[in-house]
Design a binder for this molecule. Structure first.
Ligand code: PMP
Length: 390
């Protein structure tokens, strides 16, 4: 197996950050209005729009994290005169509900059991029965590993004339989000997951319809996250509103270059392939998945512990073998571990992780067939590589 000097960070974000991106982060801080920074911010906005297949629309890149992007998306599109339907299938949709509650914004919630997503048919029913002008969903819930049928939701929401907002924090750049084709109005996301960049940025792409919605709102309960204050800066980074985080933007820009160099469709396929490889390896070790099969996201696996296997002991044993994964959130705490496979992972990373998981399991149970697990993962990767070359 491959020797490593650093731990492989397979929590569901931040994902491993490549040297090329770290070097961009570590380069000298320049003036936020310097020609270099203007070029980087412009390029980062342009690339972000390409990554979500948005030609018109506007990208916003500000210091913060995914939660700020959630707040920005909501406060700039939903006012007291609107009513939103939140499609909730996990921990981060609950956070979305909390944001609506915190600002007293009118909403209802359609809930799916954890590990699944709300069926598009239910969205259709809810929209025909109620008067909603906004629909909000989480693309991949990072607690449950469930991927929502965003394209179908978009079709239903747009047929009813509703604005459609997608939390892509655990998907954008790893799973397709075709804003223009599917008519998504806002994709909100963050730098630290499928872009493989360090945490520190809140990212939003607004369609023209979403921006128009903001323009119809006289005032909103936000200052820093008011997109109309940022719009002149994003269009012309020589302008000033609030100091952009120069180094993180440069690093993110480098991250978007890596995404586009790989090619979006190839990157989406690689995420699917690596997800299948991880799951084949884990299945060979006797692990099962928490997420219902039709909803499995390609960006992370939420893995159920077999009876009697202790969460803390397993994760510590895995950490000791150089692989860091996360525990379960809320009701799943202690019952699952979460392994991210998003961003810029290589096939060797996947095999290293499976070998480490086999070693950790073997140290606690004396019963793991390391060779079989690694071979199962490698077989998926090899078949995929041949398929891609053919
Ligand atoms: N939405 C989803 C789907 C997420 O996975 C996360 C972070 N795990 C967030 C929102 C919040 O992002 P942040 O932690 O960067 O605030």
């Amino acid at each position: 197996m491959i020797e490593r000097t650093e731990k492989l960070l397979l929590i569901p974000g931040p994902s491993p950050v490549r040297r090329r991106i770290l070097d961009a982060l570590a380069a000298s801080t320049v003036a936020h209005t310097s020609p270099e920074m203007q070029a980087d911010l412009k390029k980062a906005c342009e690339n972000l729009k390409r990554i979500v297949f948005c030609e018109k629309g506007e990208a916003f890149i500000v210091a913060g994290a995914g939660t700020l992007a959630m707040e920005m998306a909501v406060l700039n599109t939903v006012g007291p005169g609107n009513r939103a339907l939140i499609l909730s299938h996990g921990y981060f949709s609950t956070r979305m509900v909390e944001i609506f509650e915190a600002f007293g914004l009118p909403h209802d919630v359609a809930r799916a059991e954890w590990g699944r997503a709300v069926p598009p048919g239910e969205l259709e029913e809810r929209l025909s029965a109620g008067r909603y002008d906004t629909v909000v969903c989480t693309h991949v819930d990072t607690a449950t590993g469930a991927c929502a049928p965003v394209e179908e939701y978009a079709r239903v929401a747009k047929a009813r004339g509703a604005l459609f907002i997608v939390d892509g924090v655990c998907a954008t750049g790893g799973i397709a989000e075709r804003m223009d084709d599917w008519r998504i109005d806002v994709v909100l996301t963050a730098a630290q997951k499928c872009f493989g960049a360090p945490p520190g940025l809140a990212l939003c792409v607004f369609s023209e319809t979403a921006l128009d919605r903001r323009r119809t709102m006289a005032s909103i309960p936000a200052y820093y996250s008011d997109v109309l204050r940022w719009l002149p800066v994003m269009r012309d980074p020589a302008k000033y509103f609030s100091t952009p985080c120069v180094n993180e933007i440069r690093a993110f820009c480098e991250g978007t270059r890596i995404v586009l160099e790989e090619g979006l469709e190839a990157r989406f396929r690689r995420h699917e392939l690596q997800a299948r490889a991880v799951r084949a390896g884990l299945a060979a070790l006797g692990f099962t998945l928490f997420t219902a099969p039709p909803f499995l996201a390609s960006t992370l696996s939420v893995v159920a512990y077999p009876e009697g296997l202790d969460d803390k002991a397993f994760r510590a044993a895995l950490d000791g073998r150089g692989v860091v994964v996360a525990g379960g959130l809320a009701a799943t705490a202690g019952k699952v571990f979460r392994m991210g496979h998003m961003g810029n992972l290589t096939g060797d990373d996947v095999l290293f992780a499976i070998d480490a998981a086999a070693g950790a399991l073997g140290s606690l149970r004396n019963s793991a067939d390391r060779g079989a697990a690694v071979r199962a993962a490698a077989a998926v990767l090899d078949a995929g590589a041949k398929g891609i070359r053919a």
